[in-house]
Design a protein. Structure first.
Length: 452
């Protein structure tokens, strides 16, 4: 197999996005368009990816810094697609070169793979697409015997050429040697004074090279994002692609138009996802879970048979089997919840470890703490973890502890197994195992205090 290098054209301004952010950094289903393209190309097995950057170059570099196969090339001025390819140091290329756009986020690894395979018997392969409304796309001009003659840009096309319904998708595979020979010959003698990569077709044909245009079956190959409406359409398409996979794997999605699950997330069979749910990053949800409406779960692990009620937000946390959370619970990073735990409404946890079968059912803040098994945390309990010295301190509560309502733990503090904390206490000293701790003032009564 010859070396396969991909060149992603991403130097364009993206004026129609009306945004300061470079176009290719806009996110589709949680990922920037250029990283989606790079990821699909890696999956298609290319050996190297050359990204041509221009507008917002530093931001694009930053975004792709973890891609091992990616190298960056800067196009100084946006003088057209041929000039952009030239910026990618083509003299150093060998084997075959795949050229594509950084703003076509719906193309799959299979599509790139098909183009690479179809190109095996050619010197230059253009991926085309047959459409009803060819809009601004370059037209594939064919001769009497359907032989490929050239690509004409819509601005240059005559009325009969404008009627052509086979268009250029902007995805090409070309032999490195052919690219090196003909790219430098492209001129900018057109209305826009741009160097059109599409002119390479006529040049290569004149050099008696084998040049073909092969139509892709799926319109996703031609779908490019140029404005916020197309960005929305791309989002819808990629979210739906993921939901379709999940549904066929046994996940119930109530309303696919209003459910947002990112590509790298997993959801087990038998789980039900209600509308308005967002599952992001590298979240893993087990089997037979029920996620009620408007929950947001990011980079977390939710084990089997968990019920997450309406409006709960979970970030970088782990939840054990058969637990119930919410409505309106909030798990902030580094929280680990055991099995069969109950966390109710308006319970906020941060860097908290909660043992199996423990409960905190109402209005509670548990931060920087460790709680054992079978412990009950009463309504309104607060771990006061943040001290006047601006440092955070830890609260440790054992197993089988009963914490009465409206208790404050002034950390650092430790409560032993089986202890009981009287309601309304402010706990400043450690409580031994099986002890009762109460710190509230005694009730005081003065009869007849208020005269009639
Ligand atoms: C190009 C094709 C057209 C095809 C269409 C498919 C040419 C001349 N025309 O047109 O036949 O139907 O794509 O989408 O190639 N870019 C740079 N530097 C530049 C110019 C462009 O990096 O100087 C990048 C853009 O960021 C974009 C890609 O190249 O990712 C395509 O450029 P764009 O201006 O969108 O080309 P079109 O006019 O749409
Ligand atoms: Ca375009």
């Amino acid at each position: 197999m010859p070396t396969k290098t991909a060149i992603i054209l991403s130097a364009g301004l993206g004026t129609r996005m009306k945004s300061d952010l470079p176009k290719v950094l806009h996110k589709v289903a949680g990922r920037s368009m250029v990283s989606i393209v790079a990821m699909q190309l890696e999956e298609a097995g290319v050996d190297e990816i050359r990204v041509v950057v221009g507008y917002g170059a530093d931001l694009v570099r930053q975004e792709l810094k973890d891609f091992k196969k990616v190298k960056f090339y800067t196009q100084q001025n946006q003088l057209g697609t041929a000039d952009a390819v030239k910026a990618a140091d083509i003299d150093s290329l060998s084997g075959v070169v795949l050229i594509c756009n950084g703003d076509h986020p719906l193309i799959t690894a299979q599509d790139y793979g098909q183009a690479l395979n179809a190109a095996l018997e050619t010197d230059l392969l253009v991926t085309s697409c047959n459409v009803n409304n060819p809009k601004e796309f370059g037209r594939i001009v064919r001769g009497r015997d359907k032989e490929f003659l050239k690509i004409i840009e819509s601005k240059q096309a005559n009325p009969s050429e404008l009627k052509i319904k086979e268009v250029n998708t902007g995805l090409y595979v070309v032999k490195a040697e052919v690219l090196k020979k003909y790219l430098p010959q492209i001129k900018n003698n057109n209305a826009k004074k741009e160097y059109y990569l599409t002119d390479i077709v006529e040049l290569a044909l004149r050099g008696e090279r084998v040049v073909r245009a092969k139509a892709a079956k799926n319109k996703r190959v031609m779908f490019g994002v140029n404005n916020k409406l197309e960005l929305y359409q791309a989002n819808r398409a990629l979210y739906l692609r993921k939901l379709r996979e999940l549904m066929l794997d046994g996940v119930t999605i109530i309303d696919a138009k209003n459910t947002y699950i990112e590509k790298d997330c997993e959801v087990g069979a038998g789980s039900v996802i209600e509308p308005g749910v967002m599952i992001k990053g590298r979240t893993k949800i087990g089997k037979n879970c029920h996620i009620e409406a408007h929950c947001q779960i990011t980079d977390s692990e939710i084990n089997d048979d968990v019920k997450i009620k309406w409006g709960t937000i979970i970030e970088k946390s782990v939840v054990g089997k058969k637990s119930t959370l919410g409505p309106y619970a909030r798990l902030r990073p580094e929280t680990v919840v055991g099995e069969e735990v109950h966390l109710g409404n308006f319970v906020e946890l941060k860097k908290a470890t909660i043992g199996n079968r423990s409960k905190a059912n109402h209005l509670t803040y548990l931060g920087d703490c460790e709680i054992g098994e079978d412990t009950n945390i009463g309504c309104g309990t607060i771990t006061c973890n943040y001290a006047v010295d601006k440092k955070k301190y830890k609260t440790t509560i054992g197993s089988d502890v009963f914490v009465g309502s409206d208790t404050q733990f002034i950390a650092p503090v430790t409560v032993g197994d089986g202890a009981v904390i009287g309601s309304g206490s402010t706990i400043t000293k450690d409580v031994p195992s099986a002890a009762l701790a109460v710190s509230r003032a005694k009730q005081f009564i003065k009869e007849g205090y208020r005269k009639k």
